[in-house]
Write a protein that binds this ligand. Structure first.
Ligand code: OFO
Length: 178
């Protein structure tokens, strides 16, 4: 049983997760329009991950007997304009999501809502991994270059990483749907 406040906060987070999915879909299309196919696949896989995150929260609210309130999803910002800016935008966004998740945990603890606190641990861990991955990509872009052969190499790497993400995602989606 969730309090009304906890349910509202989780519904707000569902909106953030759907916005994340929308943001990454926009970055995927921007990358594809720039002929960065590996990068486009990577952002498309991120889009899929964020949809799974939203659905995990939808499932949790339903399992707790709380109402799911779906709000409008804001439009993503204008195109980033360059691959470095795409990943800088991604890192900035993920940091904001980490802050939001931490605030949710703080609230769950303040209510002594142990179930929600435990449920949110998965998201805390996920944010650590996501920020680390994006930091790594940004580091490689700065080291090897965001143009020419350096960019080609990183775009290929992102394409390979996207395949692994898509496989993991397919398994996660199967679990969420069960
Ligand atoms: Fe939903 O994982 Fe980051 O944003």
């Amino acid at each position: 049983m969730l309090t009304a406040t906890m349910a509202t906060k989780l519904n707000e987070q569902i909106n953030r997760e759907f916005f994340s999915a929308y943001l990454y879909l926009a970055l995927s299309t921007e990358a594809e329009e720039s002929n960065l196919r590996g990068t486009a696949s990577w952002f498309l896989a991120k889009h899929g991950e964020e949809m799974v995150h939203a659905m995990k929260m939808v499932r949790y609210l339903l399992d707790q007997g709380a109402s799911v309130k779906l709000g409008a999803i804001a439009a993503p910002p204008a195109p980033a304009g360059a691959i470095l800016a795409m990943f800088e935008r991604t890192l900035e966004h993920e940091r904001a999501v980490t802050t939001a998740i931490n605030e949710l945990v703080d609230h769950a603890l303040s209510e002594k809502d142990h179930a929600t606190n435990i449920f949110l641990h998965w998201f805390v861990t996920e944010q650590i991994e996501e920020e680390a991955t994006v930091n790594d990509i940004l580091g490689r872009l700065r080291l090897f270059g965001d143009k020419g052969e350096g960019l080609l190499m990183i775009d290929n790497e992102l394409g390979a990483a996207a395949k692994v993400m898509a496989q993991t995602l397919a398994q996660a989606s199967a679990v969420t749907a069960a």
